[in-house]
Design a protein around this ligand. Structure first.
Ligand code: MEV
Length: 430
């Protein structure tokens, strides 16, 4: 077992305290780090008050660990913040299966984002476009003057492109292409777009209205791939080849039908958003980019692709990945520092590949379940725990009541409350 081995057999059977102790030994977390992870109290109201307006408190969500990931030959334990039962278990199971085919591979584009400047009332669009193109270097220099440190590090504004929109209203749109290095980049891009606006008006004779980044970050895509031997997909009552065929057929459905594609991609985003939140990234930006990209061909489709060749199932995902490892809330929220230590990525590009791999694994888990026994059985087992908790169960009683709810086929709050009352009166009687 290597030092950062992402397989932690039996981890799920431990209680949270024992899990944290294991992280301390395996990933070099300190006692202070463990205290930050415990009970969600790391973000104080005082600090939260500096993050949003009208703050009245903080809101907790579970942190789970996606296990078994091997990505580009490196083991990763992936922090995920998510409220939905079964997401973390499903992704960890699929990462274990994919390991058998060697793990995930992936890559990411350079961190180029687009800032948009909308120009209206341009009397002579042809000459305005020529003027903008001729002034490319001046526009770039003006943008970089807004964030000189970025340019000094070899990042910052790199290029200018002009789009013409004719209908329903004529306008020019200046695209400022910005290398964001390891930042998501929203603030820098928006400031640059605002910074070049007066020059754009001078060059075009037009009137600038919006100056804002585009969340369709299609220059900054991340990709992940996997190849899984059919034998690794076999389950109770299911031959591996049949499961693989089911996954391919499920993908064909999503690829052909936007109604299915929306649900299919929602499953992908279950994993992606959870890692985005755990790493302090703007998951709404990633969602917007993902769905816009899924519709890039004029019809909304799947973010992933699955196919079989011989006795191997192949999967791939590609989507815009505007994430950062510096800046934003990453410096404000204390839990993020600890989770970053656990994940141990060196750059935004590396983080993007991890997130893409999690999205692919999450999709594989959903398709495998849907194409075989259906998702309700697995979901119900986990949902039963939430119902037991809602009924007021605590400690080991949660699992006992959850198991009984599933056994009866009645995962209902009222039944859980009755079971809990019976269990408590039994305790009092003994
Ligand atoms: C549920 O959160 C996600 C799924 O609906 C995804 C899918 O249908 O592919 C299971």
């Amino acid at each position: 077992m290597s030092e950062r081995d992402a397989r932690l057999p039996g981890f799920y059977k431990l209680d949270p305290e024992a899990r944290r102790a294991l992280l301390k030994a395996r990933f070099g977390l300190s006692d202070d780090d463990l205290a930050v992870l415990d009970d969600g109290g790391a973000l104080t109201t005082a600090r939260a008050d500096k993050m949003v307006e009208n703050c009245v408190g903080v809101f907790g969500l579970p942190i789970g660990l996606g296990l078994n990931f091997r990505i580009n030959g490196v083991d990763r334990v992936v922090p995920m913040v998510v409220e939905e039962p079964s997401v973390v278990a499903a992704v960890s199971n699929m990462a274990r299966v994919v390991r058998e085919g060697g793990g995930f591979t992936g890559d990411a584009d350079p961190p180029l984002m687009i800032g948009q400047v909308q120009v209206l009332d341009v009397a002579e669009p042809d000459s305005a476009v020529r003027a903008l193109e001729a002034a490319r270097d001046r526009i770039i220099a003006r943008a970089n003057a807004v964030h000189p440190n970025m340019a000094a590090r070899g990042a910052g504004a790199q290029d200018v492109e002009v789009r013409r929109i004719d209908a329903p209203w004529p306008m020019l749109v200046v695209h400022l292409i910005v290398d964001c290095a390891d930042a998501m980049g929203a603030n820098a891009i928006n400031a640059m777009a605002e910074g070049i606006a007066p020059l754009v008006e001078e060059l075009t004779g037009g009137r600038v209205r919006l100056r804002i980044l585009s969340n369709l970050a299609d220059r900054r895509r991340a990709r992940a791939r996997c190849a899984v031997p059919h034998a690794a997909l076999a389950g109770p009552g299911w031959a591996g080849a049949e499961v693989a065929r089911g996954i391919e057929e499920a993908w064909q459905f999503a690829d052909a039908c936007p109604y299915r594609a929306a649900t299919h991609n929602k499953g992908v985003m279950n994993g992606i958003d959870a890692v985005a939140i755990a790493t302090g990234n703007d998951w709404r930006a990633i969602e917007a980019g993902a769905h816009a990209y899924a519709a890039r061909n004029g019809r909304y489709g799947s973010l992933t692709r699955w196919w079989n060749a011989g006795d191997t199932l192949h999967g791939e995902i590609e989507l815009p990945m505007a994430v950062g490892t510096v800046g934003g809330s990453t410096n404000v929220h204390p839990t993020l520092r600890v989770l970053r230590k656990l994940l141990s990525v060196e750059s935004a590009a590396e983080l993007g590949v991890v997130i893409a791999a999690v999205g692919l694994a999450q999709n594989m888990a959903a398709l495998r379940a849907l194409a075989t026994e259906g998702i309700q059985r697995g979901h119900m087992t986990l949902h039963a725990r939430s119902v037991a908790l809602a009924a007021g169960a605590e400690g080991s009683v949660v699992d006992e009541i959850a198991a009984e709810l599933v056994r009866r086929g009645e995962v209902k709050l009222g039944v859980a409350e009755q079971l809990l009352a019976a269990s408590r009166s039994g305790e009092r009687a003994s």
